[in-house]
Design a protein around this ligand. Sequence first.
Ligand code: GLC
Ligand code: CA
Length: 585
Amino acid sequence: MKTRTSLLLVLLLIGYTNTTNAQKKETPIDKKWWKEAIIYQLYPRSFQDSNGDGVGDLKGITQRLDYLQSLGIDAIWLNPICASPNDDNGYDISDYKAIMKEMGTMADFDEMLAGMKKRNIKLIMDLVVNHSSDEHQWFIEAKKSRDNQYRNYYHWWPAEKGTPPKRFSIFDENSDAWRYEPNTNSYYLHYFSRKQPDLNWENPQLRQEMYDIMKFWLDKGVSGFRLDAFPFIAKDTNWPVMPADFTNEQFVRYYGADAKLHNYLREMNEVILSKYKDVYTVGEGGVIPFQKVMDFVDEDRKEINTLYHDEIANIWGRDAYDVGAYQVGRNNVLGMKEIVNKWDKKMESKGWNTVYFTNHDQSRAVSRYGNDSPEFREKSAKMLYTFLLTQRATPYIYNGDEIGMTNIRFKTAAEYNDLQTRNVYNQLIKISDAKAAEYLLNQQELSRDNSRTPMQWNGTKNAGFTTGNPWLTINKNYTTVNVEANTKDKNSILNYAKKLAKIRKENPIFVYGKLEIIDPTNPDVFTYTRELNGKKIIVLLNFTSKTTSISAPLLAQKTTQWIGNYPTPFQKELRPYEAVILEVN
Ligand code: GLC
Ligand code: CA
């Protein structure tokens, strides 16, 4: 059996279709707050612990609001904070209208939100729509009897029909998405862990519950939702047997993104989102094929505003374990140019793009796309930040990237918390020690726990994150890589990040300006222009540790440097990981 690191990862390989976009004509700018926003993703378990239990919480976030404001961000995407037994760190919700006990209380939430509002920071909630926890009251009821009123909130297969058609599960110890439930002699479906049963969106009552949940949070004053794993909510519930040699394309079709998905999203819009002003949605869209993207984000269709794809992450090492040729992603600049261009052009006149390097499901940006050696960590972190903040897309900054936090690279299986790593390891160790060891090496670069280690605030014990025992090991480099040290050093990543945020905010060219990649065949340097209302700027980014020359005729013109990551201005050649923004005069 071929081991699946994860279902999502397999699916993520799709979407490299070339499309031609002949549209050249300039369309009037449709301004929106979420197009202009810099969004900061905050992983609450690891941000700030306020009561010494080793787990970050809402009061901790409230204590850090001034810091968040100082970053120049406009909105926060907060990973799940609802009641949860935490099988998958909050992505298994047992009560959608209550706060997870480790996170605090509803009063803490209200206080946090009020503090954000005061500082003009919007809040985007993570909404886990595809599954609940098996400890949710709905599921507890549903498994009581086949005619329970909550039975149809989930997907069941009666055992008298034999074993259900094979579906893989991402987090199941046996990779099996059907789990036998003896009380009603049936199997229930769980694409993720056994403790994350899939919700049945075909049931209008379930959909109404979801809209009520959205209403609950919108009435509190949140500004939008990140829709977790949303393509999976619409499945072919005839459960057709999958061909043994399925393609990735077929995989998506069997697992989700069924035509009903559009009906659900439109209904969600009509029933709830459209009732509020300027609500923003971003879908976790990794499995949506590139050629289908506009079916979701075209504003005329009234479905969702944006989605994020994983194509950049995928070409920098991800899923390499499955193809058996893992190496740390470096020098994938050419592939990245193609991806960036393709998505930018796709959204040129309709829809809107997003961009990110890392999140709670990926390893650390500087370790993965840059260079986290002492010599180049700061330079490359600033370079990556420059890329994110100069795209025609809403940038997502993951907490800790503003100080260049790095992969922790656990050595042993026991150090991992993430159920994904643990499950794959447990399967492999049954096959062979060598395979398990190889996987551990792979996870040093790619595990999700790399980006989940606690935020490094200062050089005191436990990095100022907690006075107790941190739930996940803190990276040893906290003594130098921390917010306090970054704040004091005027050349730090943090201060560079703040400056860049200010530049982006003050210059709409970075948000709405046309993007053109120049020098598309250069494998080391990413060079592009942004243009708006007769103004033109050039962004030059060296993705390598060597000094590199560039051939851009534009540079022959007179330019003014706006910002760069070296103490002295750019001159002709780009130094290792140099990043520079120039205005063409
Ligand atoms: C999404 C989340 C991930 C979670 C999974 C199941 O992929 O980003 O963290 O484990 O959905 O909810
Ligand atoms: Ca706590």
